[in-house]
Ligand binder design. Sequence first.
Ligand SMILES: Nc1ncnc2c1ncn2[C@@H]1O[C@H](COP(=O)(O)OP(=O)(O)OP(=O)(O)O)[C@@H](O)[C@H]1O
Length: 295
Amino acid sequence: MSIAIEVKNISHNFKDKVVCDNISMDFEEDKIYGLLGKNGAGKSTLINIITNQLICDSGEVKIFGKNPREDVSVLEDVCVVREKEFFDATYKVKDIFKAYSYFYKDYDYKLQDKLCRLFEINKKLVYKKLSRGMKTLVSNIIGICSNAPITIFDEPTIGLDAVNRQEFYNVLLESYMDKNRTIIISTHLINEVEELLEKVLMIKDGKVKVDDYIDEVRDKSHYISGKREDLNRLSILQEMILAKSFGNNKMCAYYGDINNEDFIMIENSDIELDKMSLQDLFINMNKKEEALYEK
Ligand SMILES: Nc1ncnc2c1ncn2[C@@H]1O[C@H](COP(=O)(O)OP(=O)(O)OP(=O)(O)O)[C@@H](O)[C@H]1O
């Protein structure tokens, strides 16, 4: 397993707001990551730190083993696609493509033209005349065609209609199959990316809450429901999040392995154990601390 990006003990505050609280994570080469977190969780801040656009208070980032603060040339291997790109709005789309394509040595011009046809982007138009969704698509096309060894999409489907969202993910996946690379999709729209992801990183309150392969995430995501007195006997009680309450019956979300002792107790009582979707895991994990199950 080779590491594309190593994030080591990153901390960053904006005044008294802690956005990254000693975050460490590795992004492996040639995998598709979901960087998930609710609005304001710190996804964009983390991306800015990784790409050297923001100097963090402490910690270190390495891209292919090199610190981008010491060797900016490693950033040539990184393409970041943002919702708001800072293109000169008076440029024609074709000139924007041309300008950006120079940055990436494996830029795929043929694919760019194919995607322009698919998404009906008129390259002769001045950028500012494009609709919001079209602007997003221009950025996404650059991201896909860059073929950069690390490509980061920060909220790539904002402003896109359902058809173009699906189409974008299809072409992204096709392009990834054609040329593996590390792809990071930062989003809070879980349902639409779930099928694409190989690894999931979930951040909350400046900390990493989930850092697992998608299959592990599915295996570790549970709903546990039953009568209060039965649930109270479980050793994982402190980590359970109250999802729903119907009188004496509770439904809790739990992320983790279920130990043998608890498993036997569940088997021998009226407690129900069900799978929880990634979307529900995200929702429950982002509940306020008060939602932790209490006796
Ligand atoms: N330049 C800045 N100055 C002050 N506070 C900032 C700055 N940039 C971000 N923040 C704050 O840091 C927190 C994290 O913001 P960030 O944009 O990283 O979140 P995000 O997870 O990308 O959110 P979203 O999904 O809404 O884009 C927010 O509370 C935001 O207000």
